[in-house]
Design a protein around this ligand. Sequence first.
Ligand SMILES: [Mg+2]
Length: 249
Amino acid sequence: MKKQLIDLSRSFGTDVALQTDNVFRKNKRLVVFDMDSTLIQQEVIDEIARHAGVMDKVSAITEAAMNGEIDFKESLRRRVALLQGTNVDVLRTVRDSLTFTEGARFLCRALKRLGFKLAVISGGFIPLANYVKAELGLDYAFANQLKVSSDGLFLTGETVGPIVDGLRKAELLEVIAQAEGVTLDQVIAVGDGANDLWMLGKAGLGIAFNAKPRVQEQAQTRINQKSLRYVLSLLGYSDEDMQQLHDHY
Ligand SMILES: [Mg+2]
């Protein structure tokens, strides 16, 4: 039936979701977002690579990793190594060039107004995740940390601490749910890449947002519209509800 629904929604350019109608459908409390190609339009590592002059090499690896063709951890190590010697100022340049996905600001404001806790869990990098957190008024941000040379000027081509890969994303989702005292049934996860599948599977509602084909097939629900506002539709809010939330900015 799920496959039929996917085919049907594809042929009509619309989205169809099949959800269990239980008490938790309307009692979600926490929304966890992927960052790159979900809350923002870019893949931040590709943007850093663009400024470092290694865009082609890095973006090819990113593409393969997001499609789930290669292991994320290994892919990140290889990509970060290519950034060795890049000036740290590049992080500010990339930050200033980030484009938020249509509906991201509205969705986050609306969810905050409705009392949700919000988090970004990213396979990208912490300075950029912190920026997204501040701009969207999120409660938590987790991402990888780039190692910087002792004079503080250059990227060393390594990361510090545990790599935020797919499994780690799911673990962090669980940690935040525990901290907030909510069950996994009350958690929503939104993402687009193969490294989001664990997190989407762990949440009570996993949403593949304009996702890679493999992610669309495996996630519980899909949104293939430009705007993130339709996350609210999956929570049972009508267009009229959204208008009210919009008017109460
Ligand atoms: Mg992504």
